[in-house]
Design a protein around this ligand. Sequence first.
Ligand code: IPM
Ligand code: MN
Length: 413
Amino acid sequence: MKKIITLLPGDGIGPEIIEEATKVLAAIASKFGHTFKFQYGLIGAAAIDKCGHPYPTATHELCLNCHAILFGAIGHPKYDNNPSAKIRPEQGLLKMRKELGLYANIRPVQLFSSLKHRSPLREEIIKGVDLVIVRELTGGIYFGEPRGLNQEGTIAFDTCVYSIAEVERIAKTAFQIALTRAAAKRENQQATDSLEATDSIKPSEPFKPKVTLVDKANVLATSQLWRETVKKLHESQFPEVELEFMFVDNAAMQLVTAPSKFDVILTENMFGDILSDQASVLTGSIGLLPSASFGSNVPLFEPIHGSYPQAAGKNIANPLATILSAALMLRNAFGLQEEAKTLEAACKAAIDNNILTEDLWEPHLTNNKGQSKEKTQIIEKQAHTKNNQERTKAYSTSEVGNFIVQFIENSSS
Ligand code: IPM
Ligand code: MN
């Protein structure tokens, strides 16, 4: 298979994490006999510095002429404390979303079992969390007009606008994702049930898909339109999916008190922005979560975290969210299931073996406890690090990438 991938490293740690993702994608390509052609574009502060615009036309052309986009991060401290700056890096991201019609942002939140003790929530609360936030990405208060200031500069305003058509298309995406997830879970369940089947063990209950619409329909007109529209669509096209309504303040609370009750959360642009950051830390590190955005054109894949400027250029940032975003790309943009699974298995191996950057690495796990000497040696060899029993520091960004490349090369598929 031949694919053209546009890489948009962006700002801060973006270039380093994208570099690791390209390494592992190249390893997948050679393992499975594909050709991935990479083309680079400028975006964000990096683009402002080079050509005065956060989303140059040349970048837009590259994005239109490829099969998928992999994006790093956006944002630079020199703009953060100057909210009135006329040109801002974030405008590049918003313009790209709008111009590429990327209306559906999918943010899965899954727990890696070997990291459950890193969650800010107690283990019994975090247990079983497996949810997806489906966020509307090109409408609402982020884009509504009018916006700005009155003539005297004493009053500022933003407008939240949604049409039935905008709500319907994102709601369809959410219902379809709920059905696909349920089908995949049923398949897994059947496999486990048949392995464990005995007279005394009953097969588990079939997994039922659920969509929770999060809104503020007790206050906002747009939310009322969302509720009516989603309800009608549910009745006419997706009655087999359970539909639940929840106010956003309650949803924020439920996310930290009973997160495992959620399956698919469907919500508008700004609520989705806020809740997805909250949901992303439930699993212990924001550095692990990938995301995908779909729309009328080419899909885009990106880590959830930001540009982490303090770490830029230091080779310490966690590349896993970007590498897992590349796995989503393989599966969802190119239909490459085996390749995606191999890449995800490699990331899981890195996590399970503590081949991790400083945000997650645990000194006491590397050496004696929980790991044999032989295993440590193999892992360290794979990660191209010195075979040093007393490892005293976390792995670097590129060491994690190297480990994943080695894992792919050594994998049996
Ligand atoms: C995100 C980010 C962006 C957003 C910013 C950088 C404009 O926070 O992707 O969640 O608010 O959508
Ligand atoms: Mn955000």
